[in-house]
Design a protein around this ligand. Sequence first.
Ligand code: GLA
Ligand code: ZN
Length: 680
Amino acid sequence: MRSVFPLGDNETESDGHAMNESTRLHLGAAYYPEHWPEARWPEDLRLMREAHMTVVRMGEFAWSTMEPEPGAVRLDWLDRAVDLAAKAGLVAVLGTPTAAPPAWLSTPEVLAVDDKGRPVQFGNRCHYCVHSPELHAATRRIVGAMAERFGPNPDVVGWQIDNEFNRVCYCDRCRAEFQRFLKRKFGTLDDLNAHWSTAYWSQTYSDWKQIPIPIGGHNPGLMLEFKRFVTASYRAFQKLQIDLLRPKLRPGVWITHNFMKWFDGYDHYAMSEDLDLASWDWYVGSGHHDYLNDGAAHDLVRGFKQRNFWIMETQPGSVNWRDVNNALNRGEARVMAWHAVAHGADAIAYWQWRSALGGQEQYHGTLVDQSGRPRPFYDEAKELGDDFAKVRDLLAGSTIHCDTALLHSYDSCWSIRGQKHHKEFDYIWHLLGYYRPVAARNVGVDIVSAEAPVDGYALVVAPALVLLSEERAARLAGFVKGGGHLVLTVRTGMKDDYNALLPARQPGGLTEAAGVEVEECYALRNPVPVAGPWLKGTSTTWAERLRVLDTGQTEILVRFGACNGWLDDQPAITVHPYGKGRVYYVGACLDAAAQQILIDHIVADAGVEPVPATPDGIEARKRTATDGREIFIVINHEREEKQVTLPWAARDHLTDRDVQGTLSLRPYGVAVLTKADGKG
Ligand code: GLA
Ligand code: ZN
C-alpha cells in the first residue's frame, strides 16, 4: 500500500514491508481503534505519521469487539484500520486478544482461582485459567480467525501473543495438571520423594493426588517444580496460538510476546524458544530512569533470543499505577529511547497513543489527550521520529557483540527468592551489583541463560549460581580451561537441579577450578571490613569464609577484617589459574566503591576493552553494521551539558557534522557516530 501522506526528508519511499521489518528501526504506538468512532481514525493515523512513526500496534484486548457474542467473529473493522494505517505509511503489529476474555467467556470454567480459592473477578485482565479447555476452544476460534484474515496481509509485519502473561491459577484443574507434570518428570513417587527429601516433616507422598500447589513457603523441591510447571503451562498456551498463526503467516512475519523486565513468574528463556523475537514493556513507573539498571533489562531481553529486540511498550510521560505518577523530564523519554536502541532495540512503541475516555487507565500518559489534540510530549516523540529517520538506513540490521557475558538463571533466582536467608539478599539485586560497575565503564555485556554456550567470551560472570548441575559446572570449567576468565560469587554451587543441597561444599562441581571451597557462609547484620593490597571496603548482607585448596596457586586478593570472630582475617576473594584461564571466587558482597575497583581489576585482567571511556553519566555503546562498520551511540543521561573526548574523528549522523576531538552533548543529548575513516 502506497503512503498517501508525504514522507519526511530522510525517509525513502518504500512500501515498508519490502524491508525486513524486524530489523528496521521503528517508532510507533499502541492504538485501540475500537475505542473511537471510525471517522476519527484517519486523523489519529495522520498525527502518527506526522510524528514520523512507522508502526502501529493494535488488536490486543479487543476480544469483545472482535467477537461480541460466541462465534460471531467481526474482523472487518480491524481490516479497515490496518488498511488505513498502511495508507498512512504505517505497518501494523497485531496482538491476539486473549489477555482479555470477554464477559460472555468469563464463566466459572474459564476464570482463574486465586490462592484463597476464590474465582478472580471479571473486569480486569489475565483473569483466565491457562489450562481451561473452554478458554482454549475460544482461543482457537478467535486466533484462528485472525490468522486466516491477517496472516496473508502484507501490511501486518508481526504478532504479539496475549499480553504480559503473569497470573498463577490455583484451581483444582491446575493442581491436577501440576500432578501430571510431576508424574511425567519423575516417573515414580519414590524418585520424587527422594529428590525432595520428603521424609523430612513426614511429607512423603503415596499418591500423586496428594501433591499440592504451594502457597507461600513450602518444600524447596516442590516450589521449584511449580515454577517450571507455570513455565510449561504458559508455554503451551503460547504455542497453541503460535501453531494457529504460523501456517498462515507470510515469510519473515515474526511472533513475539511482550515480557516484563525481571518478572520471575516463569522461565523467559524457555518461553522465548518458540518465539521469533523478544520484546518487553519498559516502564520507569515513579521517579526517573537509571541507565545502569535499565541497560541490564535491555541486555536481558536481548539475551532471550540472542538477537535484537523490540520495546513493545514504554511510557510517554507518566504511568497511572504508582503511588506518585510523575512525568518523565522533558527529553528523558528521548534518551531512554536511544539508550534502548544502543542496547539492541529495533523499535520503540509508546503505550498508548490516546487516552480512552473510560476504562481503568484514564490517567495514564499518552501522546494525544482526551480532546484528541497532541499533548506537549507529542513533540518530543516527533523529534525522536525525525532522528530515527536520519539513521534508519545506517542502523538497519546492525547488531551488538560483547566480550563479557553475565549468566542469568531463573532457577537460581527462584531458589534464592524461596529461601533468601537474608531479607535484603535478592538475586537480581546481586546480579545488578555486578552489571552496574561493568556498564559504568561502557563495557558491553550479554546477559545470557546459564545454559547458553559461553565459548568465545573473554569474561563470564556468574552471580549467585546456586543451582549448579554437573552440566553447568562442566561447561564453565571447560570455558576456563580454554582460556576464559570466570567470576563466581557468593551462594554459588550449593544445590542440584531439584533444589536439594549438594552433598559437597560450595562451589560444588567448580571447586577444583576455583581452587577454594566455602567453609561457611554468614548472613550479615552489619557491614564487615574487607581489605587487600589494592582494595579496601566492606561486605554487606553476605560473607563466605573461603578455604584455599590449591595452596600453590590460589592467590588471596582480599581478606575479611575483624568482625564476628569466624571471618576475621579469613580469605574473602581469591583467584586461581585453571587450564589457560582464571577463576575468581568473590565470597563478599562489596560496597559499590569497592565493587567498582574489583570489577575494574577483573575486566583489565581479562583484557576486555571498553567502547570509548566517557565521563560519569555519559554512556557509549556500539552496534556493528552488516558490513562491519562500527556505529557508536553516545548518550548524555544527565540534565547538564557534557563534553566527551573522542579517541578518533567522527561523523555525527544526527547533526550531519564532523566531530574532532571533543564532542559536546546538550542536556539529554545524543550522538550517533561512525569513525571518520570508516566507510560512512
Ligand atoms: C502494561 C500493559 C499495557 C498497559 C500498561 C500501562 O504494561 O501491557 O496494556 O496497561 O501496562 O502502564
Ligand atoms: Zn486453573
